[in-house]
Design a protein around this ligand. Structure first.
Ligand code: PLP
Ligand code: MN
Length: 367
């Protein structure tokens, strides 16, 4: 079937570009001598996680326990939950998941003694043990303890607690992923984590408390940390790319972009009120607008503007193709993560041919 026969709005994934992106990031990270632990918040889909693992990823990340539940059920064996969890209900779900899938490694990020003690208590009662990464502040001022005594105290707290073990640290500088130029981005990324690696060398290592795992980095910074001591990179968006990532300078020193856009939204023209204005059936409930507007693929002369929950306004110029009711148009999302979460299904395409579909099983799971 040709994509123009699809009903819309539809979320398309180009399987060829997807496979190239997955292989390219794996190659880049392997050449750096690191492990790739792709962040599945981008696709929320067990099948794609397994494809990344088959390509060489050592495990995956999720942002939320709800995503971990879906991936574990889908057969993913090594899952890092990169956001701290709070409250007995959540902790009991984590422990229940570990009990249900005893051969799956679930790793939880923490940054406070109360999380550690609660997880430890429940885990011990249920006779499981949860490896923990301590999140450290690395410039974003979101979660994370300060490097120094706060970190050391948490390591000791984990060691003193049954039911949990100290695996390492997480340092993720989300605010730097889309700094425009490669040099500025790499410089800022290294500066942000330098105190951590100095502390590891000068304090933790002599105490025998060096982290086994140091996890962090994203699509924008995966190549910034050479020689510092990260063991794994958590990049996520590279699988699809999006307009916001496409707008930053090279992700690596390369003559051509390393990653191509594999994700698009197919929309239909539902109204043509004026010669210079057409309206499509994809508004902000299809294309997220938190990182700006989607871009029209294949025609730079048309500008997309969100027209509400369900409407997208296309501003046409003199050079633009004439659009008629029922015409289909492909849009490049501005932000892949928040766009994917709007859809139940990826329609798999190769060029303009539909080749299959896959359920976005963890869509909506931010619990
Ligand atoms: N790690 C963490 C903790 C994140 O929050 C994110 C994204 O927000 C990523 C990794 C992946 O980053 P990106 O999608 O920019 O590759
Ligand atoms: Mn994102």
């Amino acid at each position: 079937m040709h994509i123009n026969e699809l009903d819309t709005p539809a979320l398309l994934v180009d399987v060829d570009q997807l496979a190239r992106n997955i292989a390219m990031m794996q190659q880049q990270i392997s050449e750096l001598g690191l492990n790739l632990r792709p962040h599945c918040k981008a696709h929320k889909t067990p099948e794609l996680a397994l494809q990344q693992i088959a390509a060489g990823a050592k495990g995956v990340c999720v942002a939320k326990l709800g995503e971990a539940e879906v991936l574990a059920r889908g057969g993913v064996q090594d899952i890092l939950i990169t956001t701290p969890i709070a409250g007995l209900k959540k902790v009991q779900r984590l422990i229940a998941l570990q009990r249900q899938y005893p051969t799956t490694r679930l790793i939880q990020v923490v940054d406070h003694i109360e999380q550690i003690q609660l997880i430890g208590k429940e885990a011990q009662q249920q006779q499981v043990s949860i490896p923990l990464l301590i999140e450290v502040e690395s410039g974003q001022q979101r979660c994370g303890v300060e490097v120094g005594d706060e970190l050391l105290n948490l390591i000791r707290a984990i060691q003193a607690c049954n039911g949990v073990s100290y695996l390492g640290v997480q340092a993720y500088s989300g605010h730097l992923q889309q700094v425009k130029t490669l040099n500025e981005r790499n410089h800022a990324a290294r500066e942000a984590v330098l105190p951590l690696f100095t502390y590891i060398e000068q304090v933790l290592t002599p105490l025998g408390l060096a982290p086994s795992v140091v996890s962090g980095g994203g699509t924008g910074t995966f190549a910034a940390y050479q020689g510092l001591g990260f063991t794994e990179i958590q990049a996520g968006s590279y699988v699809f790319m999006d307009a916001s990532y496409r707008s930053i300078e090279d992700l690596q020193q390369a003559s051509e972009p390393l990653f191509g856009c594999a994700l698009s939204v197919l929309a239909t023209v539902i109204s043509t009120p004026k010669p210079h204005r057409a309206v499509v059936d994809a508004g902000m409930k299809s294309l997220s607008i938190d990182l700006g507007m989607a871009q029209v693929l294949d025609d730079d002369s048309i500008r997309y503007q969100c027209g509400g929950d369900e409407h997208g306004i296309l501003h046409l110029s003199q050079q633009s193709q004439k659009l008629r009711i029922g015409d289909k148009i492909l849009l490049l999302p501005s932000h892949c993560d928040t766009t994917v979460n709007n859809f139940d299904t990826f329609v798999l395409v190769s060029g303009t041919e539909v080749v299959g579909e896959v359920a976005i099983a963890a869509r909506g799971r931010c619990d």
